[in-house]
Design a protein around this ligand. Structure first.
Ligand SMILES: CC(=O)SCCNC(=O)CCNC(=O)[C@H](O)C(C)(C)COP(=O)(O)OP(=O)(O)OC[C@H]1O[C@@H](n2cnc3c(N)ncnc32)[C@H](O)[C@@H]1OP(=O)(O)O
Length: 250
């Protein structure tokens, strides 16, 4: 993705992490320069968010600078700093963050957890299938110190499912009612599922999760899901989980 301004002077490396502040890492300069740089980073995030939404056929973007300012999420930008005679282009974007979710395993046990999530992922059309997605994803895994199987993915596209299978051998996705997907390996081994023994899955008290945001692809109000109510109103099988449907969205 090309920009009118010099991307390389703002984004100082081939992968740049941006969070709430929208300040690129290593920034130095006075206040006026700072606001100029932040405005340009906001432009980049917005345009990459729009491109990702278009690529996924979504009516509105999941990723915007405005939302990033309000959320504890990270956007990783992939930059080709040599393109355009050194002005640089942005070739990809990956957004991650933790979400409070109810996740069911294959046996119907449900967990109330806040796993690291893949929220938005996009490589420019002209650069797809050249390994850039893997490069960006691997960087994220390393920075966040997480294994691929421990991630929840927000409504993955067929391309992303194929990507996860090809690069990480993850298949047989478990689709959740909240439209997230997890894979085998997300849950602890059966011997670790006992109460209080799992470091990966945090069991919340009944009043532990009452709030959720209204951003993103699941932000619009939806009618109650009768199947969801039936399932959630069953007595918990293996945990003291709260009952009643809860959908965490971005
Ligand atoms: C939570 C979410 O964000 S869901 C939405 C995910 N994003 C999209 O679907 C937007 C459009 N797609 C893309 O931006 C990219 O294709 C990504 C991000 C999914 C993958 O990035 P890439 O740079 O293409 O991945 P990379 O080159 O490392 O790996 C290629 C593999 O990804 C998968 N893949 C990439 N493009 C395609 C495609 N057009 N059709 C099917 N599979 C694809 C395949 O497994 C492919 O391996 P193959 O070429 O041997 O078949």
């Amino acid at each position: 993705m090309e920009f009118k301004f010099d991307v390389s002077s703002i984004l100082p490396s081939s992968i740049v992490e941006v969070n709430q502040s929208l300040i690129p890492p290593g920034f130095t300069g006075d206040r006026r320069f700072l606001s100029n740089v932040v405005a340009k980073v906001a432009d980049i995030v917005d345009i990459m968010g729009d491109a990702s939404a278009a690529a996924q056929g979504l009516s509105k973007p999941i990723t915007t600078a405005d939302r990033l300012r309000k959320a504890d999420q990270t956007v990783y930008l992939l930059v080709d700093r040599n393109a355009k005679n050194g002005k640089g282009v942005v070739t990809g974007m990956l957004k991650t963050g933790r979400k409070s979710l109810y996740i069911f395993d294959r046996d119907g046990h449900h967990y109330h957890i806040a796993p690291p999530c893949v929220l938005d992922f996009y490589i420019h059309e002209s650069r797809q299938r050249q390994g850039l997605g893997k490069q960006l994803f691997e960087h994220m895994l390393q920075k966040e110190n997480v294994e691929p199987s421990k991630l929840a993915i927000d409504r993955p596209s067929e391309k992303l499912l194929s990507f996860m299978n090809k690069h990480y051998g993850l298949q047989n996705a478990m689709r959740q009612m909240n439209n997230y997907v997890v894979f085998d390996g997300f849950f602890p081994e059966p011997t670790n599922v006992e109460e209080g023994s799992s470091p990966a899955l945090t069991k919340e008290p009944a009043n532990g999760l009452q709030s959720f945001t209204t951003y993103g692809r699941y932000g619009a109000p939806r009618p109650p899901c009768s199947m969801g109510e039936i399932i959630h109103n069953q007595p918990p099988i293996q945990s003291n989980e709260p009952t009643g449907p809860q959908i965490a969205s971005q």
